[in-house]
Every structure is written in structure tokens, then in C-alpha cells.
Write a protein that binds this ligand. Structure first.
Ligand code: SF4
Length: 564
């Protein structure tokens, strides 16, 4: 991958550039964050023409390596005001890699409210007016684009929330079934895409080929061994394969990390009704199945879910969504959760951010905890652009301010995901210190010590470094969890791909470099350690079931950046 596609949304032009030498060895998050740090003024308004949306496949994407199809979407976040990378499955990463495109840089802004679509093929790049797609949700927009460009094209799109530049807006990517079932949800990247006047990107890689490793035989041998390990792995991998990500709910409930009643507790009395086994049983009854979000995934953890009439709703009913729209709202009805999920996918809002915003709405008493029908009505208002819809679409912090709510679970303006930091103190440190704001994908770990405050800074730092390189490789984070010799597989793949030795030390150096780059941007944007804090209630008010507060001393938390 030696090219970057620079898309100027002011003049509606696109041109291919050589990837500068200084970017070589970077992909995915490493590349999006480096480009943003170099090219975006850190104090700019996130929705202004000065911000950029950068989209990059991972270093291993397009090679066929197992679980290597994650796509990074980055920019300055309208939620946090800091640097952001959100990564997503689907087919875009592999197709861009096949086309030799290491990054798409979307810059500038139209002088009017017009929206355009960008089409990328093997030989051409074009922008045209989005026409009748404007105002459509992701599902209808993708259907029309597939009718025009063929079923095999991959589509990256925004729904109405992105068009309205709401800070909780996501970016959708179509999966192997051609549906917009995968989301770069965190950080409001959909709002940045909307601010550029870009409704969709169509990627057609017809005539292009998978990337060819220098050592084909060595690469194929390692890829086969890694695939076998992931496909046949026991424990966590088996749970993912059979129960999907909600398979973790019984454990999270016992650990006290399942957000409940707007994070007022870490366990839910009806957790059994929303756990993976219950969801998968219901999904199978209705003819749905487990599937993979990328072609290269041997784990296939995503649960397709249909409604009572066997009509398709979502292609991935994930843990974070189930917890934030379920236990967090005291909703134990999987059908209601899946309906909310579908509506949020269609209008293009992050289920974590909006689940937290709805928890805040319920905390205010505006609607009652457990009232899923009122929550659904509220979500339906997003696409209509009402003030109520725009409120929840703007995230938990704005919703809390508008309704005068004191308990708002957020760090640096971004909602806390579905791993309660009062009970998992490793992820609590990550929420405080990650340049991404509260984001579990920035560094999460479970072990039997999570309740204890000691040693959590070191564990969070190690996980953040690991995610720095995993996200840069385009690997799914689940593939890295507990497979013996994982880093050896990855270094063997990179060595065979490039024909030059790649070591574990190189991986760690890459992870640290990514984090240093992101912290540099945030510091120039005005962030200090004073921003590396959880909401006060999380350090002061104990939660059930283990009567815990977040009690890792902040003087220790402030040392996390040492050693990066
Ligand atoms: S393990 Fe799950 S999330 Fe990861 S690539 Fe496979 S299907 Fe996607």
C-alpha cells in the first residue's frame, strides 16, 4: 500500500499521492493518528474545514491474515476535542488494501449544505452529488448505492445523525452480506464525515488482487496456524464463537462491571434474560446465525438477530449495545434492545454514547427506567431532527447539561462504555488516561485482581500499548486475547509480508509511538492531567454488588505516560 487518496471537499476533487516515506511502517490507527497530528491544527473546531477525516486499512489488511480486516477512522473528535480513532469491521479495509490505498484523507468543506458521494475503483476516483440519498438512513442509502454500483461494492456511509453533525454520530461500513451492519461508533466520526458534506464512499475493487507477501509460503503457513488457533481455541474463543460478545454477561455481572441503572450499580437482577445464551437461543429459533464481520475472521462472533416476525434487524447484537441499552436502562427485553439497536444503526448513532445519553434521560425522570417504548420513541426522533432527538444524538454530556443531571458517566466528553470502572480498575485507568477519552477498546483486561487498586496503572499501560499496535495492524482485538504465542504469529506474518525481520520489540515500539503521537496532539489541543479523571461520583459513591469505588490514586494514574 503505497498511495494516499486526498479528497478536497471544498473543490470536489480527489487525487492520488505517494505515501510519504515518513509514514512507511504505519497503518490503521498509527497512520490516521500520525496524519492528524501532522495535518490538523490541534485547536481547530472539530466540525470546521480545518479538521480532516482520515480512513486507513491496517498494516495486515488485504493479505488474508486471520482477523486482519479492521478499518481505522480518525479525526479530531467533536465529543472530546482530542484526537480520535474508531475502528470497524466490514469489507472496506480489505478492499482499500487490495487497491493499494493506505489512507483516504478527506479535507475542506463545501460552501453550502450539499452532500456528495465518493466512488473509488481500480482506475478512477470521482465525486458526485448525493442527490436522493440525502436524508436517508444507512440501510436505504446502501440499498440504493448497491443497486447502482453492484452488490460487491463496499459502502462507507452516514445516516441522518451524521448529516446533522450530531456529536454521537457513527460511520457505517457494509459487511460481507452487503448490509451496513458494522459501525465506527466512538468519538463522533460520523459528524466529522457529515461536516465534510460526504454522505458515502463506494469502494469497488474489481480487477484488484489481495496483497502478495514476499515470502508467500511462510505467510500462508503462519496464517493457517493462527487461523486454526482462533477457530479451535477453547475458553474465551469458544465463548465468542458460540455466544457472541454478550456471552460475557454472566461474568461481568458477577465481577460487578455490568453498567446498571445509569452506572448506579454493576450488577443487574435480570442479567440472565439479556445474556449471550438467551440471545443466541432466541436468534436461532428465528433462523438467524453467528457470522463474521470480515471475510478473514475464523472466530465469527457476531449474532444476526431477527424480530418476532423473522424480519432481519441487526447483523451484530454486541455486548456493549446489549448492556448500554439493556441493564443500563433496566430493560430486560431483548427484542426492545434489538429494535433500539436497529434504529440507532439506521440513523447512524453510536449505541454506547446514545445508551449512556438515554441512561441520563432516565436518571432525570423525563422517562422512566425500564420504559423501552419511550426510549424507542426518543430514538425515532433523531432521524426527524427534533430537539429531543438532537439532544440524545449529541451524547451523554450534552444531555446531562440540558436536563440538569449530576450522574453523567463520561470522561473527556465521551460516554463510559459497558465495563464499570469502579469494579474493573484496569479499564478505569484506561478511561482516565487514554488519548481517546473513555474507550474500552483503548486497553481493557479482566483478571482476578480487577477490584484491587494496586498495579493497575502498569496493566493499563501494557494494554494501551498492545492496542496501539493491534489497531495499527488492522487486527481485531479479540484475536489477541489469550492465544499462546500471539505476538510470534504476528511478527512471523509481518516478516513474511515484507521480507525483513520484524520482532516483538518492533511491535511494542509501534504501540508506544502511536500513543506518544496521540498524547502530543492532545497536549497541543490543551489537554492536561487535570482532564485524566473519572466523574467524581465514581470515586465517592460505592456501587453494588461489591461496594467499590474507583480508588486508584490519581498521583499514580498521572504516571501512566512515563515509560511510553
Ligand atoms: S472476532 Fe468478531 S469482531 Fe472480531 S473480526 Fe471476528 S466477527 Fe469481527
Amino acid at each position: 500500500m503505497k498511495k494516499m487518496l486526498r479528497v478536497d471537499m471544498t473543490n470536489l476533487t480527489a487525487k492520488l499521492e505517494d505515501l510519504p516515506e515518513e509514514y512507511s511502517g504505519l497503518g490503521g490507527r498509527g497512520l490516521t493518528s500520525t496524519i492528524i497530528n501532522r495535518e490538523v491544527p490541534p485547536t481547530c473546531e472539530p466540525l470546521s474545514p480545518h479538521n480532516k477525516l482520515v480512513i486507513a486499512p491496517g498494516l495486515l489488511s488485504g493479505t488474508g491474515a486471520p482477523c486482519s480486516g479492521r478499518l481505522s477512522v480518525g479525526g479530531k473528535s467533536p465529543l472530546t476535542g482530542g484526537i480520535k480513532e474508531s475502528n470497524v469491521g466490514g469489507t472496506a479495509s480489505e478492499k482499500l488494501a487490495h487497491l493499494g490505498i493506505a489512507a483516504i484523507i478527506v479535507e475542506g468543506q463545501p460552501n453550502n449544505e450539499a452532500f456528495s458521494c465518493l466512488t473509488i475503483t481500480k482506475d478512477a476516483y470521482s465525486l458526485e452529488h448525493a442527490g436522493e440519498l440525502v436524508g436517508l438512513g444507512n440501510y436505504a442509502a446502501c440499498e440504493r448505492l448497491h443497486n447502482k454500483h453492484g452488490e460487491k461494492a463496499c459502502i462507507i456511509s452516514i445516516g441522518q445523525a451524521g448529516e446533522m453533525r450530531l456529536a454521537g454520530a457513527s460511520v457505517a461500513v457494509t459487511d460481507m452480506e452487503g448490509l451496513p451492519n458494522r459501525y465506527a461508533g466512538r468519538g463522533g466520526m460520523g459528524a466529522v464525515m457529515g461536516s465534510k458534506g460526504l454522505k458515502a464512499i463506494v469502494i469497488d475493487d474489481s480487477g484488484a488482487h489481495p496483497r502478495q507477501p514476499k515470502d508467500k509460503e511462510g505467510f500462508a503457513k503462519t496464517a493457517r496456524a493462527l487461523s486454526k488457533g482462533l477457530r479451535e481455541g477453547k475458553g474465551f474463543f469458544e465463548q465468542l464463537r458460540t455466544l457472541g460478545t454478550p456471552g460475557g454477561i454472566p461474568n461481568f455481572n458477577a465481577f460487578g462491571t455490568l453498567p446498571t441503572r445509569n452506572f448506579a450499580a454493576g450488577c443487574y437482577e435480570h442479567a440472565d434474560k439479556i445474556q449471550g445464551a438467551a440471545i443466541v437461543a432466541l436468534a436461532k429459533q428465528r433462523g438467524a446465525k453467528m457470522h463474521g464481520c470480515t471475510a478473514s475472521c475464523p472466530i465469527r462472533c457476531s449474532i444476526t438477530f431477527h424480530d418476532k416476525d423473522h424480519k432481519f434487524l441487526v447483523g451484530g447484537l454486541e455486548y456493549e449495545t446489549v448492556a448500554m441499552l439493556g441493564s443500563n436502562l433496566l430493560v430486560d427485553d431483548v427484542d426492545a434492545i434489538a429494535r433500539m439497536n436497529r434504529l440507532l444503526n439506521d440513523c447512524g448513532l453510536d449505541t454506547i454514547e446514545t445508551g449512556a445519553a438515554l441512561g441520563v434521560v432516565m436518571e432525570s425522570g423525563y422517562i422512566k427506567f425500564g420504559d423501552s417504548e419511550s426510549a424507542i420513541e426518543l430514538i425515532q426522533e433523531v432521524a426527524k431532527g427534533t430537539i429531543r432527538g438532537r439532544m440524545i444524538g449529541s451524547g451523554a454530556v450534552i444531555t446531562g447539561k440540558l436536563l440538569g443531571v449530576k450522574r453523567v458517566p463520561a470522561v473527556k466528553g465521551q460516554a463510559i462504555p459497558a465495563h464499570h470502572p469502579q469494579s474493573n480498575k484496569i479499564v478505569g485507568v484506561t478511561y482516565c488516561t487514554s488519548p481517546m477519552g473513555a474507550d474500552h477498546t483503548a486497553g481493557i483486561m479482566y483478571d482476578n485482581t480487577i477490584h484491587n487498586p494496586e498495579g493497575k496503572v502498569e496493566k493499563s499501560r501494557d494494554m494501551q500499548i498492545q492496542m496501539g499496535y493491534i489497531d495499527s495492524l488492522g487486527m481485531c482485538m479479540f484475536s489477541s486475547r489469550g492465544l499462546p504465542g500471539y505476538n510470534d504469529y504476528i511478527t512471523a506474518l509481518l516478516t513474511a509480508l515484507h521480507g525483513t525481520p520484524y520482532t516483538e520489540a518492533d511491535l511494542i515500539a509501534l504501540g508506544k509511538r502511536v500513543l506518544r503521537t496521540e498524547h502530543e496532539f492532545n497536549e497541543r489541543a490543551g489537554f492536561t492531567q487535570a482532564h485524566d479523571r473519572l466523574p467524581e461520583f465514581m470515586t465517592e459513591v460505592k456501587i453494588k454488588p461489591h461496594d467499590l469505588v474507583f480508588d486508584v490514586p490519581y498521583e499514580e494514574v498521572d504516571k501512566l505516560q512515563e515509560g511510553l
